[in-house]
Design a protein around this ligand. Structure first.
Ligand SMILES: [Zn+2]
Length: 162
């Protein structure tokens, strides 16, 4: 698993597309066991006033209705550590592996976004963190510019000490 994977490149392109649209810059891509892209998407919360369209959910939605066998051995690439909702969706469909571009850690280190990494591992899903500077940079810029939109996205109240 690396930054050269087609799935990762597609997820990063989706994140950039999200940024271009003024949205939260997180992208994802679902790749099957043979390396075929089943779907890709980006966070549409702001664009669609959606409560659920995180990048991973957009991706599953864009991949469409699939039989359980399609997810067997599949990899969900996402540019950011998945939240609990997206972790749940990956577990539900039994995706075998989650490859994340990175985790976001603020300059003050007190609002680390810890997603579902631990739960995924506990449930036998392989988790790879590529610690990609571009993914983390996109998030850092967005959170610095729009902290309120970010906290809303992860179901949190804005922090006062930004
Ligand atoms: Zn999510």
């Amino acid at each position: 698993m690396s930054e050269y994977d087609a799935g990762f490149k597609a997820a990063l392109e989706e994140a950039k597309q999200g940024a271009k649209e003024g949205g939260i810059p997180i992208g994802a891509c679902l790749v099957d066991k043979d390396g075929k892209i089943l779907g890709q998407g980006h966070n549409m919360r702001l664009q669609k006033d959606s409560a659920t369209l995180h990048a991973e959910i957009s991706t599953l939605e864009n991949a469409g209705r699939l039989p359980a066998s399609a997810y067997k051995g599949a990899t969900m690439y996402t540019t950011l550590s998945p939240c609990q909702m997206c972790t749940g969706a990956c577990l539900l469909y039994k995706v075998s592996r989650v490859v994340m571009g990175g985790t976001y850690i603020s300059a003050s280190q007190n609002n680390t976004f810890v997603g579902g990494d631990k739960l995924l591992k506990q449930r036998g899903v392989e988790v790879v963190n590529l610690k990609n500077a571009e993914c983390e940079g996109l998030m850092k810029k967005f959170i610095d510019d729009h902290p309120e939109d970010w906290y809303e996205d992860i179901g949190d109240a804005p922090k006062k000490s930004q």
